[in-house]
Ligand binder design. Structure first.
Ligand SMILES: *[C@@H]1O[C@H](CO)[C@@H](O)[C@H](O)[C@H]1NC(C)=O
Ligand SMILES: *[C@@H]1O[C@H](CO)[C@@H](O)[C@H](O)[C@H]1NC(C)=O
Ligand SMILES: [Zn+2]
Length: 476
């Protein structure tokens, strides 16, 4: 029998404890730095107004707190669109196709008076959570990715596979300067990407009825959008002799027809079907039976809840309605704006046609304001490098989590990257628990300290996992 002397075991134990302590110190620092990042109010107020003072300050912060990244001869750093960052980390094996990690620096506005438990730009810690705008959207990824790279560089690491990091400064106003210009620059250099990972879906825990245990949903596509303006013009007149129908009445009926006649349920035609098929075995009885035959039950299970309804159809949201100038004057004009989020199996053109046929009233003018088709569906099969590497990394850090493809109902900077890569994924390992949906762009956005540490470790592990040449195992 092999015997180890006590001193050797003691020494190994001491070493192990030492490593653990180093890791702890490193992560304690990391969480402090996330707090500092959250305190800088990098707010996108509107399409034309951002806090550029804060954006400049944020740039200074990154240079100060990640000295290895910004002094390394390995890492190339460029500012794009004035405030966005592009980092290039060349690998030692240039024949390996590079990948790219994305995150965004800007945040939506936040007002403490809306009922925050801690001021939204304070990064105050309460019961193990860091509170503040940007803690889950999306400074946890900005700081998590850079922290992971800083730590790898400290250890003298050089990747084998090249990678890029893109940090946009205007994602919340759809990325016209940041993401769009980063993509232009990479295209001009002939870059093709093996995969792209951006923010998007999360680890869902206890938010899907009947699902046993947490599920990580990797976004393989995003819904499209259409915004239309509806308007009605009628001759003005006095309210003492009103016509049978006012412009407000005509428009209200049109809007009501759109709300009552929802867009068709398309469950089974898009990747949401794969989500439930991958997760079916994790549902308890009787949900398991229902989930395994979901195409039969989809209207029962999925249509009731606003968030699951969004997965099965193009949604209709009437967001603005304006008319009238005076209490005794018939309004000559009424207008409304309706925002649609387009299901993966429909196109923008199809949705516009359906809108017109549903309204079916010549007096209502329908104008297209803006929109785009749903994003292409990235592959998620056994041979897909990006998807499998992300999945493996989730399992490395969260062994208890089931991984499944999913659909993002919102949009991200990554939608500008489709010409650079067919495989774009939207996921960050933030835990999403009951009540958390109200925190995105809402009140009391927060992240647990433990979750932020997991996020840093996730990117740390992902960069190393992406270094393998091919996926292991027999492949055809
Ligand atoms: C913009 O950011 C700076 C800090 O960088 C802050 O002092 C200022 O109050 C912010 N402005 C607005 C309008 O929020
Ligand atoms: C960068 O800032 C300058 C002025 O500070 C402005 O003229 C220019 O349009 C900006 N460029 C971009 C890409 O936003
Ligand atoms: Zn975001």
């Amino acid at each position: 029998m092999l015997r180890y002397p006590g001193w050797l075991l003691g020494y190994l134990w001491w070493l192990l404890k030492g490593c653990y302590a180093v890791a702890r110190v490193f992560l304690v620092d990391a969480r402090v730095l996330l707090g500092v990042a959250v305190k800088i109010p990098t707010v996108s107020f509107s399409a034309s107004e951002q806090n550029t003072t804060a954006l400049k300050e944020f740039d200074q912060l990154l240079r100060r707190v990640f000295p290895k990244i910004f002094s390394s001869s390995l890492v190339q750093h460029e500012m794009v669109g004035n405030y966005s960052h592009l980092l290039t980390v060349p690998g030692s094996e240039p024949d390996l196709e590079p990948y790219m990690l994305l995150a965004h620096i800007d945040v939506v506005p936040a007002d403490e008076a809306d009922g925050w438990d801690a001021p939204p730009f304070s990064a105050q810690e309460l019961n193990g959570f860091i509170y503040g705008r940007g803690t889950i959207d999306n400074k946890q990824s900005v700081m998590g990715i850079l922290q992971a790279l800083e730590y790898l560089l400290e250890q003298g690491y050089t990747p084998r596979r090249s990678f890029y990091i893109g940090l946009g400064h205007d994602e919340e106003i759809s990325g016209p300067q940041g993401a769009v210009n980063i993509v232009k620059l990479l295209k001009s250099r002939g870059v093709k990407l093996l995969y792209v990972l951006d923010e998007g879906l999360t680890i869902m825990d206890g938010v899907v009825d009947g699902l046993i245990g947490p599920g990580a949903l990797i976004g393989v596509s995003e819904k499209g959008q259409a915004t239309v303006k509806l308007s009605v013009s009628t001759p003005p007149g006095h309210s003492s002799m009103p016509p049978r129908e006012s412009s407000i009445g005509i428009l209200a009926s049109a809007v009501t027809r759109l709300e009552k006649n929802r867009m068709p349920n398309l469950f089974g035609h898009g990747p949401e079907r794969a989500t439930f098929e991958h997760l079916a075995h994790k549902f308890g009885w009787p949900y398991r039976m229902v989930m395994s035959n979901l195409w039969l039950f989809s209207s029962l299970v999925l249509e009731g809840q606003p968030d699951t309804n969004a997965f099965v159809r193009t949604t209709t949201a009437v967001t603005m309605f304006n008319s009238g100038v005076k209490i005794n004057v018939m309004p000559a004009y009424a207008e409304a704006f309706v925002n649609f989020r387009i299901h993966s199996s429909q196109t923008l053109q199809e949705v516009l046609k359906l809108i017109k046929s549903t309204i079916s009233d010549e007096r209502v003018k329908v104008e297209f304001v803006s929109g785009f088709d749903p994003l292409p569906i990235s592959s998620y099969d056994e041979d897909t490098f990006g998807y499998q590497i992300i999945k493996k990394t989730v399992h490395d850090i969260f062994p208890e989590v089931t991984v499944s493809p999913g659909i993002c109902v919102g949009n991200t900077d990554s939608r500008h990257y489709t010409e650079l890569s067919p495989d774009i994924y939207r996921f960050a390992p933030s835990w999403y628990k009951p009540g958390d949906s109200a925190r995105f762009h809402g009140v009391n956005e927060r992240i647990s300290i433990q979750n932020y540490e997991e996020i840093v470790l996730f990117y740390f592990q992902l960069m190393q996992n992406s270094d393998i040449r091919n996926l292991p195992g027999p492949r055809t």
